[in-house]
Every structure is written in C-alpha cells, then in structure tokens.
Ligand binder design. Structure first.
Ligand code: NOJ
Ligand code: NOJ
Length: 670
C-alpha cells in the first residue's frame, strides 16, 4: 500500500470528534514520448456572397492594422514596456488605468491568458523579442510562487531574489491572503501589486483558475523547447514550476472558489474546464519529459466527469456556475473563453471536452449571444443570426453592464475554430442540440451530417463565416481612437468604457486573427484518453500535491529554433506499466452504526483540510456517546471505486467517560 510510504494517519476520535489524514505520492511510471500535434496552416475558400465580401474586406482591413497595434499594446503592458513603469520583471498589468477602475495590478488569470496568446504566436513564428518576454514571465512564475518571502516582496528586486531563494523552510512559513506555498493554497491568489508584492486588500479569493491557466501557458512553451531540442531546459527550469500548479489543480479543483469575474463563489465551468485541460496536458508533458504526473492521471477523469454536470439540458447551454444560488440565469461568455482555451482540432466536435464545434458549445453560443440581443441598445436593430456586441452575462451590473471587446471577439473565435474543424473533417453535423444555432443562420436546415460537397454544407459554412466576421466587425465599429481597446464599450452608444488599453482585450485580437487565418495552437489531448473519456461515476476525489521551490537559474542564452540537441536519448523513452490509480478518499469504517457497521458504503470520509507536508494528516470529527467502545479500520476508496483496506488488526477505541467533551485518537496507516 503506497500510502504507507511516509504517510501518517492521525485519527482523532473522542467523545465527540476524530481526525484523519494521508499523503499522496506520485508514482513514477509510464515514460513515453508523446507526439506533439502540429497543425498546418490552411486557408479558407473565398465566399461568393457579395455581402459577405464587403464584411470580409472590412474585417481584413481592420485586422491588418489592429493586429500589429494590439501586439504593441500587449508589449507596452508587460514589464519594461511603454505603459509599465514600476512593473516587476516578467509581470503584466491588466491595464495602465490607475483609477476608475484601478487595474494597475498583475492578475494571475489575465497574465496567463495574455502570455498564452504570446506563446502561441511565438510557437507559430519564432521571435527573439517575444522569447525574452516569455522567459522573463516564466522565470517570474517561479518568483511569484515565492513572493511571500520578505526580501522578495518586490520583483523589482528580481536578481537578488532569484539568487537568494533557496530556503524552502522559510517559504513554508509565510502566507499571502489566499494561503501559503507550503500547502499550495497561496497559489490561488488572484492578483498581485504591479511590483510583484502581495496585494492584501479584500478581494474575491481564492480564484482556482490561475494555477491551471498558468500551467497551460508554461506547458506550451515547454513543448516548443522540447520540439526544438531544449528538453533539459523544459525539464529543469519550467517543469518544476508547472508541477506546483498541477499539484494545486489536482488538490483544490473540487473546492469552491471565485469565478473568473471575481464575483461568484461556487464551481465555475471555466475553472473546471481549464483544470481538466491542465491535468491532461500536464500528464502528456510529463511523459514527454521522461517523468510522470500520477495525480494528473487519477484526477483528470474526475474533473471531466464533474464538468458534465454544468450542462443544462432544459436550457440547452452550459451553466457558468453551479454550487451557488445567485439568482442568475447562468448564461455567460465564460463558455466562449472556456471553449476557445480548450480547443484542440484533434478532438473534432467532441462535446464532453466542449470543443468549439460541439453541439453543446454551439447551442451555448446561441443562448448566450441571444441573451444580449434585447438588453443593449446598440444591438437593437440587429436581427437573429446577425452578429452583435457581447458582454459577460446579461445580469451584469459592473459599469452598468456592457459589451466587452474580448467577448465579442471570443464569439467570433469560437466560430473560426468550428470552421477550421469542419473544413478539416470535410463535414458538418447538425444535432437536435445544435439545431437552434444553425437554424438562426439557415432556417431550412435540419439535423444530419452534411459532407463538404453538398449545398447545405456550403450554405452553413459561409453563413457561419459571415456570422463570425460580423462579430469582429462589431468591434471594428466600436473600437477606440487609433485602434485602442478598453475593457468595455457602452451598451447605449458604443463608446469605450472602464479600463483603457486592457491587455486581455489586445490578446483577444491576436488569438481571433490567428484562428481566422487558420493558425491553430498546439493541441493538448494527444493520445490521452482522459481528454474525452468520462468515467461511469463521478468521485469528488482530490490528491495532495507536493509543493517545492523551483530553481530560478536563468534560461540558457540563444535557444533558437531547432539548433539544440535532444538531451534525452530516444531509447530511454520506453513504456513501463500504466500508472496505478492514486488513493482517492480515506474513510473510516467500524463495528458500530456511526462507523457504518463494517459496510464500506457507509464508511465515514475523512477530510484533508488540515493536511500539511509536515503533518500529513486526514481527519474527521465524529460524535459518540461517552464510554462507547468500537473497532475500526481505515480504508482508501480509489478513484475507480475500489476499496483498499488497512492490514489487521482492527484498531480499538473506547470513548472516555471523563469530563472532556472532545478527545483525539491518532493512528497511522498499517
Ligand atoms: C472587480 C472585478 O474585477 C470585476 O470582475 C467585478 O465585476 C467588479 N469588481 C465588481 O464586483
Ligand atoms: C475584471 C474581470 O472580470 C476579470 O476577469 C479580470 O481578471 C480583471 N477585470 C482584470 O482584468
């Protein structure tokens, strides 16, 4: 029983309470070099529709000037950029705006998504300047994990901190408002001051999308390193940072937190989708690097399982948040960000992983877009199936609730992604779920699969392309002076609103333009079945991650495309036995009703909430009558539902009859 390796199980039972805790050890197994997917750049057929040609020309000319402008503005908002005076090395401000609203902060989510767009662009086309920005960012990710160190309160002190951070013991003792590094909780901190110091104001925290998103970005850069012969850089410098974020994801995915809009405490579709992708892709990268991520393998299927429960079959869309009752419809562009981040053309139109062309994602597209049709006056003259300005969610009141540039562009991006897949697979399938989406664009369409040489395919394809271009055109219509993109534009007159020059808005220009041109980021699923295969039953399991300070050595110079040598000989990349599922939940079962009468289905689950690396304990509090005697054992309920028992003999305990109202019984796994 692997749990026994260093695992301490303290059972605290008493006249009213008991506690239990295990440690998860990653197993090392499965060394297999995955084949990284490269996607060819493909063109699109020109539409014959003249109306479409006009829109297309508008969009072409808008993007021709907007893309270089957006790239420049992204760079401006990254440390040492034109808007980023006083910004710590490798950090990125959400916007240069310092009041109404003050966005002069580094948000983990914004930074990860912005850098993902930058890394994707870099992977597609080598650019030494971008590489410097990316590597500073990666190095900073190491530092931001270590931020609580008093000396490193400011990343302006980067070099000093990088060389000084060696003592993990010190790290483990310092906390940020979300928690600490030592048990991973501090990785859920959403936002840092621009110089890299802790932001201690009250905020919606933790936000659990940060670690998986940051992992995805670093994984993509690692793949580039590997593909170009710099495997050791990926393994030695980037993987240790990724591992901490994956550990966080595997440990905390099933706990509620604040959503990406920093408002709702619950379970967010976006966070769950990002967590799933990170664990699958993290596992794949681990294999490529000749190691493994066993908690990625054990937890990813459960995350995907949970993700399915956001689907509202009555509403025909994916709910933004569950495990919360906030009176909202759940219609939210969270689904656009989710599907675009999770895009992998090798998965076709798979609905479980919510691919952009899946029936569920298209159905959600319609429902969410429609929710903004009547509420924004700038949309009022625009009919069904025509592109409009899109916000976060219809009930939004932030700045009175307005369209956001990045969401209108996100609506387009999903459709370009869908078009890419239809074109590569040579057909479009319309199901009863996606029928309402398609009927808005072509009223006579019915369910079925239409091959690319049919008239129906061509009609749908052109209509979706025109629809997608219409969203970009909406942004072109309401863009600020010289191409400036704020966060929002006014629902009544289309004027730019809220934070000016939002970095994320510009990043969304880069991604939408790339997808429209058929430039697709590296896929994440590879051959990993956990990408799309949903287990028969869902278990709310979690792993206990190990967190350790990553090395902060500088990146080697001159890592230019293809000139490096693979550092791991191919012959060592062999397959070993598949990973065993990790222990999932620890429970206690015994010979009295309160302990399930030895029925494992009635066993009492322990919580890992008090777990720390120093004191790896699962615990539970149970009330018994004074003087009650019992026999019991601990069991581990594995992720596949199977049960592992402790060895004999049974533990025995009699609740004291003295005055104590609470006592603790501690045991170790045997
Ligand atoms: C700031 C957050 O960033 C934004 O998402 C939210 O809507 C407002 N606070 C209001 O809660
Ligand atoms: C508000 C948005 O809701 C949130 O997602 C974002 O992180 C912050 N603004 C900063 O851009």
């Amino acid at each position: 029983m692997d749990l026994a390796q260093g695992g301490l199980f303290a059972v605290s039972a008493s006249s009213n309470t008991s506690f239990f805790e295990p440690i998860m050890h990653p197993f090392s197994s499965l060394l297999l070099l995955g084949t990284l997917a490269f996607n060819a750049v493909t063109g699109r057929p020109n539409s014959l529709l003249s109306e479409r040609a006009v829109v297309k020309r508008d969009v072409d000319s808008f993007l021709a000037t907007e893309v270089p402008y957006a790239l420049n503005q992204v760079k401006c908002n990254i440390a040492s950029g034109c808007n980023a005076g006083g910004v710590g090395s490798g950090l990125v401000i959400a916007s240069p705006s310092k009041s109404d609203p003050d966005y002069f902060y580094h948000w983990t989510r914004d930074a990860a998504l912005v850098f993902k767009a930058v890394v994707d662009r870099f992977v597609d086309s080598y650019d030494a300047d971008l590489q410097t920005l990316i590597q500073n960012c990666m190095k900073n990710q190491v530092l931001s994990l270590l931020l609580p160190l008093p000396q490193c309160q400011s990343l302006l002190n980067d070099d000093f901190c990088a060389s000084d951070i060696t003592s993990q013991a010190r790290l483990q003792t310092v906390s940020n408002p979300s928690g600490n590094f030592y048990d991973g909780s501090g990785l859920g901190e959403p936002k840092f001051n621009a110089d890299g110091s802790q932001f201690t104001g009250s905020w919606g925290r933790p936000q659990r999308d940060g670690p998986p998103l940051r992992a995805l970005t670093m994984i993509t850069y690692s793949k580039w390193l590997v593909n170009n012969g710099y495997q050791s850089t990926a393994k030695d410098l980037v993987w240790p940072v990724i591992q901490n974020d994956l550990a966080y994801t595997a440990q905390y995915w099933n706990q509620t937190g604040f959503d990406l809009w920093e408002e709702v405490q619950g379970s967010s579709f976006f966070t769950i989708a990002a967590s799933h992708r990170a664990l699958v892709e993290g596992s794949n990268l681990a294999k490529t690097l000749g190691t493994s991520c066993s908690y990625c393998d054990s937890i990813a299927p459960q995350v995907l399982c949970f993700q399915q429960s956001f689907w509202s079959s009555s509403g025909n869309y994916a709910l933004a948040n569950i495990n919360v009752n906030n009176g909202r419809s759940g219609k939210d562009t969270n689904v656009f960000v989710s599907t675009n981040q999770g895009f992998d053309p090798s998965l076709g139109c798979d609905a479980t992983s919510f691919q952009p062309c899946s029936d569920r994602a298209l159905a959600s597209h319609k429902v969410v877009v429609d929710s903004f049709r009547s509420i924004y006056s700038i949309n009022s003259d625009i009919g069904k199936g025509q592109a409009i300005a899109v916000g976060r969610y219809p009930e939004d009141t932030y700045y009175n609730g307005n369209p956001w540039y990045l969401h209108t562009l996100g609506a387009a991006e999903q459709l370009y992604n869908a078009l890419y897949v239809w074109k590569s697979q040579g057909s479009i399938t319309v199901t009863s779920t996606s029928l309402p989406f398609f009927q808005d664009l072509s009223s006579s369409v019915s369910t079925g699969t239409y091959a690319s040489d049919t008239a129906t395919y061509k009609t749908i394809y052109d209509a979706v392309m025109a629809y997608a271009d219409g969203f970009v055109n909406n942004v072109a219509k309401y863009v600020g002076a010289n191409g400036a993109l704020a966060e929002q534009y006014d629902r009544n007159n289309g004027n730019p609103l809220s934070a000016r020059d939002l970095t994320w808005s510009y990043a969304s220009v880069l991604t939408v333009a790339a997808r429209r041109a058929g430039v697709i980021p590296l896929g994440w699923a590879e051959t990993n079945v956990a990408a799309t295969s949903v287990p028969g039953s869902c278990y709310a399991t979690s792993a206990i991650g190990a967190y350790s300070a990553a090395p902060t050595n500088p990146f080697p110079a001159s890592q230019t495309p293809g000139s490096g040598q693979p550092t791991v000989p191919t012959s060592t990349r062999t397959t070993s036995p598949p990973p065993r599922p990790l222990p999932a939940t620890v429970k206690i079962v015994g010979n009295i009703p309160a302990l399930g009468n030895w029925d494992t289905n009635k066993a009492v689950a322990l919580s890992a909430s008090g777990y720390t690396s120093n004191n790896p304990v699962w615990s539970v509090s149970i009330t018994f009558a004074a003087g009650q005697s019992m026999q019991y054992k601990y069991i581990v309920v594995n992720t596949d539902g199977s049960v592992t028992w402790e060895a004999d003999p049974n533990h025995a305990y009699t609740v004291p009859t003295g005055c104590a109202t609470q006592t603790t019984k501690s045991d170790s796994w045997q």
